[in-house]
Design a protein around this ligand. Structure first.
Ligand code: MFK
Length: 556
């Protein structure tokens, strides 16, 4: 008999996730948990069962663009994959965007929503992308208080009826680049029937959206981001005709292959200013911060999926006379990944908690400052973890992790986008630094970590708590001693941000572990804190010489 490998299997991904269940028991009032748990369990069953099988069957399908109809008319029709069509239906029916706006569980509605996203996303092939932008667009319209646009678009963006539900695009990136948005070249001209946009959008994700928020420079406005304005547009009119928008081509990307990402030409697209004719970047910031939160939760959920599969496989696969799960070396490797995934999860959901408090008007000034600082820190930290964990998880399958029809390589390809879109690690490090310069922000961050670390009384958590405190003290010292203009400080911004992100994760792990010990929920969480504390938390290194970087990059 020749040997045949057992594929990894998934069960109910809610029941198989002790951290998610512990966390929800800790963070939600019992009545809210009682209300949302049946749906989460249902989605866990779906995500590990029917939807997962469908995802594997859908592997080779990709979106298709048809630019012309048979009679020569421009159509620019984009056909989505079967899984995406199913994901769109599920997302609307379960309110993946709607829940925080319905607010049935008050400030906890965000947690409910993000728990659903966390469960479904790994089997939805990045349908989280249009949902994130839709959520961000809804939040932005509400925050900017444009009553007319809120009345027109919000009921669609938050609809639970798949036939009525809209998604939104977020068109920012142009040929000049995705980071320095201030150089946006799209021009807005006032015509007799309103504003019209002209330009090229170089990277627009999920281009099947019914509306978009985008940036353009009203003619005559000054250069720079303050001269940009935020515009709302609908992509087609009531008869389905394109609104002065042509799809030039779909992008051929490393991952997110199911996301129809396109290059667009705007040639007189009708659009409405959302909030005046300037300060476009500031006005789109709510959208950026929301998609960064989604990015963080998606990073945590991708890590969880990779580990569900790798852990299950380790219990089936035998090599050298034993199951992999019984080999200390294999266990040690997976344990390190598990600690990373748990830290990322707790940071992601901490940001979701704060977002929910702010939206429900339950926040104080401290929560607001904390949310502003934690959003970029969490996005940049978890993005890096997601790639590292996915890469190691693939290796845990040996060659099978590198073979396409196992469905495993997708985990790494789709993780690789997370540190790139919505602001790269370096750009977000700079954003975090800017947020930390707001008076009271550093203090809010310190209080946050001290609270979690102060709670960790168990002797087994003393070492991890001290490691987190040391890293934070080092980061604060670096922040206080350095000046913006110094090259060494500028060069260290990413290390500083990652240190803060990782130290935050460690402090949250300590706090959660103590709660688990107090509630008789076992010692797994404490083990995660201990393991994480040994995995490069403090990356601040004032001894690194920027002159070496110049030499290595050959810059005179
Ligand atoms: C899995 C789910 C993922 C979601 C999928 C989405 C699909 C992908 C779609 C995209 O990728 S869309 C493109 C995403 N692009 C980015 O994320 C842009 C990355 N670049 C930055 O974030 C830059 O830092 C930024 C463009 C904001 C810098 O622009 P500027 O022109 O140098 O502006 P500046 O002066 O830094 O900021 C202008 C104002 O905005 C300032 O306020 P004031 O006018 O009051 O001084 C800033 O404080 C404010 N601001 C900037 N970022 C902010 C913010 N306010 C709050 N939160 C922020 N994050």
């Amino acid at each position: 008999m020749s040997f045949l490998q057992e594929p990894p299997r998934l069960g109910n991904t809610y029941d198989a996730d002790p951290l998610l269940r512990e966390y929800l028991a800790r963070a939600l009032p019992p009545s809210a948990l009682f209300a949302v748990e049946p749906e989460l369990r249902y989605l866990g069953e779906l995500s590990g069962g029917r939807l997962f099988r469908m995802q594997l069957e859908d592997r080779l399908n990709e979106p298709r663009l048809t630019q012309w109809d048979p009679w020569g008319r421009r159509s620019d029709a984009i056909e989505l994959t079967p899984l995406w069509r199913e994901a769109a239906r599920l997302a609307a029916e379960h309110g993946l965007v709607a829940v925080p706006y319905e607010g049935k569980n008050g400030e906890f509605s965000r947690l409910h929503q993000m728990a659903m996203v966390y469960l479904l996303e790994p089997s939805m092939d990045v349908y989280s992308c249009p949902l994130a932008m839709t959520d961000g667009a809804a939040r932005t319209l509400v925050d900017l208080g444009n009553g007319e646009l809120v009345r027109r678009a919000l009921p669609r963006l938050t609809s639970r009826d798949p036939a009525r539900a809209w998604t939104s695009g977020q068109w920012m990136t142009e040929r000049v680049g995705g980071s320095d948005v201030s150089r946006t070249e799209t021009v807005a001209r006032l015509s007799p029937d309103g504003w019209r946009l002209y330009g090229t959008k170089w990277f627009t994700s999920a281009t099947t959206a019914e509306m978009a928020l985008t940036l353009a420079r009203p003619e005559g406005n000054p250069v720079g981001s303050k001269g940009l304005a935020l515009f709302y547009l609908e992509t087609r009119d009531a008869e389905g005709r394109a609104n002065g928008i042509a799809v030039n081509r779909l992008k051929d990307k490393l991952g997110t292959r199911k996301v129809p990402t396109a290059e667009l030409t705007l040639d007189g697209a009708r659009a409405d200013p959302v909030a005046g004719l300037a300060d476009g970047v500031r006005n789109i910031a709510s959208l950026l911060n929301m998609t960064r939160l989604w990015n963080t939760v998606v990073a945590a959920s991708g890590m969880r999926r990779a580990l569900h599969l790798a852990l299950d496989y380790s219990r089936r696969r035998t090599a050298f006379g034993e199951r992999l799960a019984e080999k200390p070396l294999h266990r040690d490797t997976l344990a390190s990944l598990e600690a990373e995934a748990e830290g990322a999860f707790l940071l992601a959901f901490r940001v979701a908690e704060l977002q929910g408090r702010v939206e429900a008007g339950r926040e104080g000034e401290r929560d607001r400052l904390l949310l502003r600082v934690l959003t970029p820190l969490a996005k940049l930290t978890t993005g890096k973890q997601a790639v590292a964990v996915a890469s190691e998880a693939l290796e845990a399958f040996g060659g099978a992790g590198y073979v396409e029809d196992t469905g495993l390589p997708r985990l790494l390809r789709d993780a690789q986008v997370l540190p790139i879109w919505e602001g790269t690690t370096n750009v977000l490090s700079l954003d975090a630094l800017r947020a930390l310069s707001t008076p009271g922000a550093v203090e809010a961050l310190s209080e946050e970590t001290e609270r979690a670390l102060g709670a960790a009384r168990d002797p087994s958590l003393r070492g991890p708590a001290e490691a987190a405190s040391r890293a934070l003290a080092n980061a604060r010292g670096w922040l206080a001693s350095a000046r913006d203009a110094e090259e060494a400080f500028a060069a260290g911004t990413r290390r500083l941000a990652l240190t803060l992100g990782r130290a935050l994760e460690l402090s949250l792990l300590c706090g959660h572990a103590q709660w688990c010990l107090d509630q008789g929920k076992g010692r797994r969480a404490a083990a995660a804190a201990r393991r994480f504390s040994r995995q490069a938390v403090d990356l601040v290194d004032p001894g690194l010489d920027p002159a070496d970087a110049r030499l290595l990059c050959d810059v005179p």
